[in-house]
Write a protein that binds this ligand. Structure first.
Ligand code: RP5
Length: 162
């Protein structure tokens, strides 16, 4: 049963989400990835969201480019936390999707991460943090992940100054 779902507006978004999906594999988080568009397949999106909620879903991640309403539409259909990833597509390279995702009117929140690949990774890490509120083993993995990151920066600095 998935704890997290990653929705994307089109399969063309998939490459940009790979680092986020890898985070769930690394942390052992059950997840599903679905192509569901807010514009092109609105009924399929809401049906899939409801089905996953019934199965015990805890966090929704929604990635879309252009006039990116996917995260906001998901948030309007669920009480679960929703994280939005603005996908960077030409011609505006993600500024369009950033504003469409982040500028939610008051009342229906979307936690928006940065544009593109970094955002995909951070969306997954944010989802892990949310799940870790209730799961001590996940919190410990997250702590070790941060420690490893800090060590890698210190190693880079040592190598630079050798
Ligand atoms: C959005 O439109 C998708 O999330 C994608 O980023 C963008 C373009 O989709 P395609 O035309 O490549 O299918 O809904």
């Amino acid at each position: 049963m998935p704890q997290v779902v990653i929705f994307m507006g089109s399969k063309s978004d998939l490459d940009k989400l790979a680092d986020g999906i890898a985070v769930f594999r690394e942390f052992g988080v059950d997840h599903e990835v679905h192509v569901c568009s807010a514009h092109r397949s609105p009924r399929y999106l809401t049906e899939t969201l409801k089905r996953l909620e019934g199965d015990g879903l805890q966090v929704v991640i929604a990635a879309a480019g252009g006039a990116a309403h996917l995260a906001g539409v998901c948030a309007s259909h669920t009480l679960l936390p929703v994280v939005g990833i603005p996908v960077d597509n030409p011609p505006l390279n993600g500024l369009d999707s950033l504003l469409s995702t982040v500028q939610m009117p008051a009342g229906i929140p979307v936690a928006t991460v940065s544009i593109g690949k970094a955002g995909a990774k951070n969306a997954a890490l944010l989802a892990v943090s949310i799940l870790a509120l209730k799961v001590g083993s996940l919190r410990e993995k997250l702590r070790k992940y941060r420690e490893a990151m800090a060590e890698s920066v210190e190693k880079q600095d040592r190598e630079l100054n050798q």
